[in-house]
Structure formats: C-alpha cells, structure tokens
Design a protein around this ligand. Structure first.
Ligand code: ARG
Length: 460
C-alpha cells in the first residue's frame, strides 16, 4: 500500500485503476508555481498569527523553494498514487524538511488550495491575454493606417452591397477585439479574489488572517463566504465565455481571409511563412493558419460548454467533479493565447490586392443606393427613389450592364430628375467619402477612428 496523506481511516490500499482514474497530476502539475507561492504565503501568515513559529516558517519556506527548484530542473518524480499537484508538493516537502511539513496544511484544505491555485493561474493568463489582444489591436490599427484609401465591396448576405474602405473593414475587427479586451479586464476583477482560508467549506477554528495572505499574494480582495469560495468556478466560466467570443471574432476574420484568398476572390495573398503546401498538389498554397483558428474555435466553445455542464447540478460545496474543470480551462487558455498571438504576427504578412478589390467595386450595382440618394437630393422621397432605381437595375441586368453603363437618355427614361451630374455622383470614391455619418466609412471618419485607436493604444 502506498502512503497517502489521507489514509488514516483506510485499511485497504487504493485499487491501481482507481488511482489512475482519480489522478489529475498529468495536467494539474501546471499549477505547481502557484501552489508553492500560495503555500509560502500561507505559512508566512500562520507564523504571523502565532500558529507556526518563525523557525518552522523558515524551514517550510526553504523546503518549498527546494521543491520548486526540483520541479523546474525536471528532477521531480510524479506518480498517480499521489493524486494531484498539491499532494505531490506536500509529500516531497515532508521528505525534504521532515515532520514540520505536517504543519503546512493547518487551517487549509485542498478545496481552498485548488481554488487559490486556479485563480492565481487564471489571473496571470488573463493578464497575458489582455496584452496579447493589445498587440493584435495595434496590428489591426497599423494595417488600417497602411491600407488607407483602398476601397473594396462591402457585403451583406455575402452579396455585394456598398463600397467601403478596407481600413474601415479592418477597424471593425479592431472594435471587436477592443470589446473582447474590456471583457477580460472586467472578468479579471472577479478572478482576483483570494479564497484561501475558507478551508474545506466552513472556514477554520485557527485565528488566521486572510487579509494578510491576500496582501502577500497581491489580491485586492478576500472572498466573503467560505462555501462559495470552494464551490464556485464562475470566474472560470466568465473567462471561457470571453474566450469563446474572442475566438468567434477570430474565426470570422479567418473565414473572410480564407474566402479572400481563393482564386475566385483573390483579394489577398498570405505570405509563405503563414501558409502551407499540399503533399500531392504542387500548386497549392493553403491558408491553414486561418483554417486552424476557425477550427480551434469549436474547441474553445466546447470547453465553455463542458465547464457549464460540469457545474450545472453540483450541490454545495466542493465536489470532486470539479477536478474536471482544469482540462477544458487549460485548453481554452492555451488555444486562445496561441490564436491571438499567431494573428497579431500574421497580419503584417497579408498582402491586400488593391487592384482586384477596386475592380470588384465596379460591378454588382454597388452604386444603386447612391443613385437613389442622388434622386433624393433632387427632391424625390427615398422610397420612391428606391423603386425607380430598382427598375433601372432590372433593365440594366437584362442588358448585361451596370447602372453607370446605361446611357443618360436611357436613365432619364426612369426619371427626368436625372442629368449628367449623376455619373460624377456615382464614382466609388465619392460614394465612400459621402458616408460621413459618425462611424461611417468616409476617409475622414476612418482616419479619425485610426488616430483615436492609436491614442487609446498608447494610453493602455
Ligand atoms: N485535485 C482536486 C481538484 O482539482 C483538488 C481538491 C481535492 N479535494 C478533495 N477533497 N479531494 O479539485
């Protein structure tokens, strides 16, 4: 029988398959640094309130630091029989410092210990994601600035709609990622709450100072209810909901880049460093990075759903089910980080084919709305103008022409308000630059939006 830290009441050893089944060490070893930092803070606090002597504290801290060194040097031995990272560290500590190690777990349970570890882990990762999103937003704003002046068809229903600035299109994604970043910043406030000292569920009889522990670990807040502290994972759900939404945004830009890099569109070319070839078709250059980001989005949405489903029927307080929180959470964190990073890196290596985009704006009746607007400037009510232009579109279609390819005479047949100033009114640039309503695609507005973005990024 292997020696367990909890086997006092047991007379039989644990079945080997059960050891394997209940073990989480394969993945929760990721938490080792937070576990050790939390333990150092815990024993520092215990000494401050007189539960440990200063000498005991110093021995424990030295031992914990040694264990950390061993883990980091790759000299640490992991085994299923020790279940999780908390047990591994405590049991190695006992080998290193002897009997005093048995005092470390005073006024603490693995339930509040794991809650602390996950919060510390997620706090660090959320901060990373926030800075990665800042880089991505900067890459988008830089690109928008560089591509200023390029016009492409804007789409609704994947049908050509109205011409827009490429920079405006790119800045739409900037806005999405700005909101994503704000969501992570907000979520960080609720992650950043210190649960240690809640013990198993009811708090503890020892005269602990949880605020001191919080101070040592740089938490601005201490959790208010010991049962809630060990039973809740909503901070992780929130992170994963934010991650899901951010992945959906990345997936949408990926879908566009995939579409835009087809021969049919040919709006962009992604550089060799961010594409891959085919093992059979020599001509292929595939947008695999975009495809994988789109694919990995499904994983992160699944991770969120896994955690929500895991939590939905759990009675208070801690339940072992909650050990299953880690794999989806770690997966969502790692996937999101990688996708945000790869996008920030790839964006400057996307070549936008201004010539193809501009050519595409010439067909597909992108000027139909503006022709209606033209009639409105001549005094016709908009709904009537809409009908007039609709009829003109229908006739042009039947002749295989665009609106501006119809003769003035033919156009006047639809309304005598039309004169030859219509053609200048319908140039693509004019159409774009007339859309000066706040948030519209006019160069002036987009230029201001880009400048505001750069200013915001500098202040962050
Ligand atoms: N490995 C466990 C988890 O991740 C730690 C807490 C275990 N607590 C317990 N009472 N068995 O949730």
């Amino acid at each position: 029988m292997s020696e367990k830290l909890w086997d006092g009441r047991f007379t039989e050893g644990t079945d080997k398959l059960v050891e394997r089944f209940t073990s989480s060490i394969d993945y929760d070893r990721k938490l080792y640094a937070y576990d050790i930092e939390g333990s150092i803070a815990h024993c520092t606090m215990l000494a401050k309130v007189g539960v440990l002597t200063d000498e005991e504290r110093d021995t424990l801290i030295r031992g914990l630091e040694q264990v950390r060194g061993e883990i980091e040097a790759g000299e640490f031995r992991y085994t299923d029989s020790l279940e999780d990272i908390h047990m591994h560290i405590e049991s190695r500590l006992a080998e290193v410092v002897g009997r005093v190690a048995q005092k470390l777990h005073t006024a603490r349970s693995r339930n509040d210990q794991v809650a602390l570890d996950i919060r510390m882990y997620l706090r660090a990762e959320t901060r990373y994601v926030i800075s990665a999103l800042r880089s991505l937003r900067k890459a988008l704003a830089d690109l928008a600035e560089k591509q200023m002046g390029v016009i492409l068809p804007g789409y609704t229903h994947t049908q050509r709609a109205q011409p827009v600035l490429l920079s405006h299109h790119l800045m739409a994604y900037y806005e999405m990622f700005t909101r994503d970043m704000a969501r992570f910043e907000d979520c960080l406030k609720r992650i950043n709450v210190m649960p240690l000292g809640s013990a198993a569920l009811a708090g503890t009889t020892y005269p602990i100072d949880r605020h001191h522990t919080a101070e040592l670990l740089d938490f601005p807040e201490v959790s208010a209810n010991s049962m809630d502290s060990v039973a809740d994972r909503d901070f992780a759900v929130e992170f994963m909901a934010g991650a899901s939404l951010c992945m959906v945004h990345l997936s949408r830009i990926s879908e566009e880049f995939i579409l835009w890099s087809t021969s049919e569109f040919a709006f962009i070319e992604i550089s060799d460093a961010f594409t891959t070839g085919s093992s059979i078709m020599p001509q292929k250059k595939n947008p695999d990075v975009c495809e994988l980001v789109r694919g990995k989005t499904g994983r992160v949405l699944g991770d969120l759903m896994a955690l929500l489903t895991l939590m939905k029927s759990l009675p208070m307080a801690y339940n072992r089910d909650m050990q299953e929180d880690k794999e989806p959470l770690f997966d969502a964190v790692d996937t999101l980080k990688m996708c945000v990073d790869v996008y920030a890196r790839m964006l400057p290596h996307v070549r936008f084919r201004a010539d193809v985009m501009e050519k595409a704006t010439a067909t597909g009746f992108l000027n139909a709305t503006d022709m209606a607007d033209y009639l409105v400037t001549k005094g016709m009510p908009f709904r009537q103008a809409h009908g007039v232009v609709g009829r003109a579109v229908s006739v042009a279609l039947s002749q295989g022409k665009e609106l501006h390819e119809l003769s003035l005479e033919a156009l006047r047949g639809f309304s005598d308000l039309i004169s030859d100033d219509l053609f200048a009114f319908l140039t693509t640039e004019q159409m774009v630059n007339r859309r000066r309503s706040f948030g519209g695609t006019a160069s002036e507005n987009v230029g201001q939006a880009i400048a505001a973005a750069h200013k915001a990024l500098e202040g962050e």
